[in-house]
Structure formats: structure tokens, C-alpha cells
Design a binder for this molecule. Structure first.
Ligand code: HEM
Ligand SMILES: *[C@@H]1O[C@H](CO)[C@@H](O)[C@H](O)[C@H]1NC(C)=O
Ligand SMILES: *[C@@H]1O[C@H](CO)[C@@H](O)[C@H](O)[C@H]1NC(C)=O
Ligand SMILES: *[C@@H]1O[C@H](CO)[C@@H](O)[C@H](O)[C@H]1NC(C)=O
Ligand SMILES: *[C@@H]1O[C@H](CO)[C@@H](O)[C@H](O)[C@H]1NC(C)=O
Length: 511
């Protein structure tokens, strides 16, 4: 693509969050003509975290080769969709469109040039100072005058009208701004510092003026130091995301391999008829999931697995927590490390996902000595439990990030949360009914999945606030049940969005 020097300078300045980017010159006809401008490298360090235990992103060369073989255009797919849980700092900025007539040209002139593509995120020297992605709810698309249905009923209705399907106890715990359909879109800002993000927000707000209204924001951040990559209960996250055909060429052992159409609309494997322009977009499910960490820790202390002479009380409570998740805090799966954490296993991405729950000495359908049927990772990805080869449909790309402060000494001593923290859950899928909602409703919240009497997922399973009965958590007696009277994860609501391709923005949404 041919670019004038001028648009290069303007775009680079905006990425740096400089006020000078907002001079009238930036909105001149000449920069409007250019849909994209290259980002001038300002980075010496990645804006993403790099946790050894998580699979590396492909190199730009490998991804480009894979994409070209699968006819996937990584320059047209917004950067967050295929990247996974690797953000350092991320701000979710929910907005409504106050004036669509004014917003549309700005979508083309001020937002689109800042949108970070998949290719750009793959190398440090093409990453912007602050990455930007944008996604729209159904009411947002409607506000823009888009009348084509995207072919997803959950998306069309919005998350508020879907909350009964998700096990939420009504909307009493919901952030008020998520109740209803008033949120039209969300900007995702990602960088390595909050200052960078704040500058990018100020710059974009100045450019957009009154045509949008800020409705709500949520700041996420990787946890500090060696906890980076771990969610607030303490377990390493972001290990097992699917390898998407056309992006990842060397899947890790045990990693699910899915067709591009599992995540991207209109790609091979997506069986729903979509408007042409929706191709290479993806549905973004956002959920603000509060986590009651001191309460969770107290539960582990009070219900520790007891194996006299084998486990200390601390080891017994660590084991209970690991069995609820299906992995130890290090990431090591209990299926391969059934009694004690194995940090070396957890840290090794070639081994930490290499299991199916099948073992020669254990009957797959009845033996929970290694991994409970109810474990969070087994509920949300039953692997061989549903037969081999594994189904290819019910997979999601998880791209969330923790939010809220670390647990304070006072909270820990009181066994009580006083400041909200949790997971800003994000998943990408081509079909919400097969992806997020299926995992939540049909698997996690279903006490008879994967076998009668399994109980719900003790982490995310929800029964509209009712107490939850879970079996299989005690390896010495799989018939024993535990009754959870507290939801350790509390839904604060969210919304369903659509993350369009860049060409959909320029060709359809902004015109
Ligand atoms: C606060 C809420 C949540 C917490 C604390 C949490 C925590 C975790 C952890 C620690 C892992 C293991 C790391 C990994 O395999 O990458 C994991 C995996 C996973 N989670 Fe969650 N999660 C939460 C919400 C959800 C929700 C709402 C869903 C979907 C409905 C979900 C779906 C999955 C899936 C699909 C996996 C990967 C399973 C696999 O491939 O083996 N999680 N989660
Ligand atoms: C949107 O803004 C334009 C001017 O920029 C104005 O003419 C129009 O009336 C506004 N529309 C609404 C609904 O406020
Ligand atoms: C993965 O697991 C299989 C079966 O248990 C084993 O044969 C193989 O060596 C493992 N791969 C790695 C890289 O550890
Ligand atoms: C269940 O599996 C464990 C190993 O994972 C094995 O030691 C045990 O004998 C099995 N139990 C039964 C009843 O087969
Ligand atoms: C917190 O929970 C632990 C474990 O049950 C208990 O020993 C301790 O007394 C509790 N602290 C308070 C202040 O309730």
C-alpha cells in the first residue's frame, strides 16, 4: 500500500498519544484517503507478557506462511482475537454512540487507522505504543444503520436478555451499565503501562468528541511479578487456548487444533450463513467475573483433602484447589501430577497440556483419582471424555485479563473480600451458542455433565444463586460430595460484541 509521509507521521503521533496528532491536519482529506498507515516503531519491549508456560505466539514469518496456506488475512483481523491472554495492561472502554452521523466518518478517519492488526502484534517492532481494538454490540450495529443479521441469536438479543441461560441469579449483582442494551461498543486499549493507555484514551476521546458517550470502563492488568499470567485465585491461566488453523503451525502437544471458522466468521468450519462483510470478524463475549479470593482460600482450608501420613493440612487444601481447577497453581495438570504440584511440568508448554484423561490403569468413565469430572478444565474441555477425535466445535479463544488489586492483609485475615477483584473474561468464537454459552450452560452449570452426578463446575458453575453440589473432589472417595454455599465467582454481567475485520469497518460500518 502506498502511503504519504504525512499520514505516517500523523498516525505515529496519535499512537504515541500526542496532542499534536489532533491538529486539523490529521483529519485532512489526504490522510482520509489512506485506510491504513504503518506504525512507527517506538517499542524495544513487547506490550505483551511472556510467560514460559504459555505457548509462544507464532513468529510473524510462521503465521504469515500458515495464513497464506489457509487463505487467511492476518492484516485484516483485529489483533486481540487470536492472541490469547497475554496482555500486560488492558482497558475496556464501553461507549454508546451519541450521534451516528458524526461517528461514522470518525470511525474511518480516527479509529480505523489506530486499530492494531494480528500481524502487528506478532513482532515487537511493529507493535504500537498502545494497541486498540473495537467491537460493537447488536444495538451498536443497529445504531450504525447496519440491518444485516449476523446469524447469532445470542448476539442479537444481547447478554442481559440471556442471563438466565448463564446461571446468573438475576441481575442484582450486575454492574448497572450492563443491564439493558445501552452499550453500543467497546474499545480495547492494551499496552505495558497505564500511562500509555491513558494517553491513548485522552487522544481518542478528543478526536471523537461528543459523537460517543463513555458508559463504563474497567481496567485490567496482569498480576505483579511472578504472578503474571495467574488469575486471582492464584492459578496460571492462558495455557490451553486452541491452535487456530491458518495462524498456528506447531501446536503444542495436547493443544486443541480448530478450523479458522471456529473463531472467525465466514471461514472454513463456520457453518452459518453470514453477510459477506462479516467474514473474519469474531464474536467477543465480555463478562466481568468477580472472584472472592479470601472466601475461596478459607473454603480450601476448611475442606482440605485428608490423607494422614501423605498430605499435610496445607498440602490437602492445595490439592483441593488444584482438583477444583484441574491444574495446580504452577499450571501443572492434576491429570499428570495427581498429588503434588510439579512446577517443572507446569512451566513446560510441551508437557503441561499433553493429556487426554485416558490412563491404562484407570477407567475413563468412572475413575476420578487423577482429575475430577467436575474440574473446571474438564468441564470446559472434556477431551477424551466425549470420545476421540475431540469435537472441534465447542472451543473458544480466551483473551481475558485480571482486574482489581491484590488481596490485602486485612482481607486475608478477615476471610472476606472488601475490594472487588476478578477476571475481565473475554472469549472469541464464531458462534456464541456453540462457544461461551455452551461451555457455561450446557457443561459448567450442568450437574449431570460429563456423567450423572458429577455436579457443577466448582469455579464457574452457577445455579442462579442456589447452593452447588459437587462430587469427585476427594481422591480417596469419589462418592463424597461437597456442597458449596458460596459462589466464589460472581457474575457482574457483561455484553456480547462483534469484532469486525478492518475491511468490514472501512467497507460497511463506516459508510
Ligand atoms: C473467574 C472465572 C474464571 C477463572 C478463575 C478461570 C480459571 C481458569 C484456569 C486457571 C484455567 C487453566 C489454565 C488454562 O488451561 O489455560 C482455565 C482454563 C479454561 N477456562 Fe476458565 N476461568 C474462569 C472463567 C471461565 C469461563 C467463564 C469459561 C467459559 C465459559 C472458561 C473456560 C475455560 C476453558 C475453555 C479453559 C481451557 C480448558 C482446556 O483447554 O483444558 N473459564 N480457566
Ligand atoms: C448529529 O450531528 C450533526 C452535526 O454534526 C447534526 O446536524 C445532527 O442533528 C446530529 N444528530 C443528532 C441525532 O443529534
Ligand atoms: C505426550 O504424551 C504422550 C502420551 O502420554 C507421550 O508419548 C509423549 O511423549 C508426550 N510428549 C511430550 C512432549 O512429552
Ligand atoms: C483409578 O486410577 C488410579 C490411577 O489413576 C489407579 O491407581 C486405581 O487403581 C484406579 N481405581 C480403580 C478402582 O480402578
Ligand atoms: C478465617 O478462616 C480460618 C480458616 O477457617 C479460621 O481459622 C480463622 O479463624 C478465620 N478468621 C476469621 C477472622 O474469621
Amino acid at each position: 500500500m502506498k502511503l504519504s509521509n504525512r499520514s505516517v507521521i500523523c498516525t505515529a503521533a496519535l499512537f504515541a498519544g500526542l496532542a499534536s496528532a489532533l491538529t486539523p491536519r490529521h483529519n485532512s482529506a489526504s490522510s482520509l484517503k489512506h485506510r491504513r498507515a504503518p506504525v512507527q516503531s517506538r517499542r524495544v519491549q513487547s506490550l505483551l507478557i511472556n510467560v514460559d508456560a504459555q505457548p509462544d505466539l507464532p513468529t510473524v514469518e510462521a503465521a504469515t506462511a500458515a495464513a497464506s496456506a489457509a487463505s487467511l488475512n492476518l492484516d485484516d483481523i483485529q489483533g486481540d482475537v487470536l492472541i490469547g491472554m497475554k496482555k500486560n495492561q488492558e482497558l475496556f472502554y464501553f461507549f454508546s454512540i451519541a450521534n451516528a452521523t458524526d461517528f461514522k466518518p470518525k470511525l474511518a478517519s480516527d479509529i480505523l487507522p489506530l486499530i492494531t492488526t494480528t500481524t502487528q502484534l506478532l513482532s515487537v517492532n511493529t507493535q504500537p505504543t498502545t494497541a486498540l481494538n473495537v467491537a460493537f454490540s447488536q444495538t451498536g450495529l443497529t445504531a450504525l444503520g447496519v440491518t444485516d443479521a449476523l446469524g447469532d441469536s445470542a448476539y442479537a438479543g444481547g447478554q442481559f436478555s440471556d442471563l438466565k441461560n448463564l446461571g446468573d441469579p438475576g441481575s442484582t449483582n450486575w454492574v448497572p451499565q450492563f443491564t439493558g442494551t445501552g452499550i453500543h461498543g467497546v474499545f480495547l486499549f492494551a499496552s505495558d503501562t497505564e500511562d500509555n493507555i491513558d494517553a491513548a484514551v485522552a487522544s481518542l476521546e478528543a478526536a471523537l468528541g461528543d459523537c460517543i458517550t463513555k458508559v463504563y470502563t474497567l481496567q485490567g492488568a496482569a498480576r505483579p511479578g511472578t504472578e503474571a499470567g495467574h488469575e486471582h485465585f492464584g492459578y496460571l491461566d492462558g495455557i490451553s487456548n486452541p491452535a487456530v488453523d491458518g495462524f498456528v503451525t506447531s501446536p503444542m502437544p495436547g493443544q486443541a487444533v480448530v478450523a479458522a471458522g471456529t473463531v472467525l466468521l465466514g471461514e472454513s468450519g463456520d457453518t452459518v450463513t453470514r453477510p459477506t462483510w462479516a467474514k473474519d470478524g469474531s464474536f467477543l463475549v465480555f463478562r466481568q467475573l468477580a472472584q472472592l479470593v479470601p472466601e475461596f482460600d478459607k473454603f480450601l482450608t476448611d475442606n482440605a483433602v485428608v490423607e494422614p501420613g501423605v498430605l499435610t493440612p496445607q498440602q490437602g487444601s492445595d490439592l483441593l484447589g488444584a482438583r477444583m481447577i484441574g491444574r495446580w497453581k504452577s499450571g501443572a495438570p492434576v491429570d499428570l501430577a495427581p498429588l503434588f504440584d510439579d512446577p517443572a511440568l507446569g512451566a513446560d508448554p510441551t508437557r503441561n497440556n499433553n493429556f487426554t484423561f485416558v490412563h491404562p490403569d484407570a477407567a475413563l468413565a468412572t475413575n476420578q483419582t487423577r482429575c475430577p469430572f467436575s474440574a473446571h478444565i474438564r468441564k470446559t474441555r472434556p477431551r477424551a471424555d466425549l470420545g476421540t477425535p475431540e469435537d472441534a466445535v465447542h472451543h473458544i479463544m480466551r483473551a481475558g485479563i485480571p482486574y482489581g488489586p491484590e488481596v490485602s492483609d486485612d482481607e486475608a485475615a478477615a476471610n472476606t473480600t472488601s475490594t472487588e477483584r476478578g477476571l475481565a473474561f473475554v472469549s472469541y468464537q464464531a458462534n456464541i451458542g456453540n462457544g461461551f454459552r455452551f461451555l457455561q450452560k450446557t457443561w459448567a452449570d450442568n450437574a449431570n455433565f460429563v456423567h450423572a452426578g458429577t455436579g457443577v463446575d466448582p469455579i464457574i458453575g452457577a445455579l442462579a444463586g442456589a447452593q452447588r453440589v459437587v462430587s469427585g473432589l476427594d481422591p480417596t472417595d469419589s462418592t463424597k460430595t461437597l456442597t458449596l454455599t458460596t459462589d466464589f465467582v460472581v457474575s457482574r454481567g457483561g455484553e456480547y460484541f462483534f469484532t469486525p475485520s478492518l475491511s468490514a469497518i472501512s467497507g460497511t460500518l463506516a459508510v
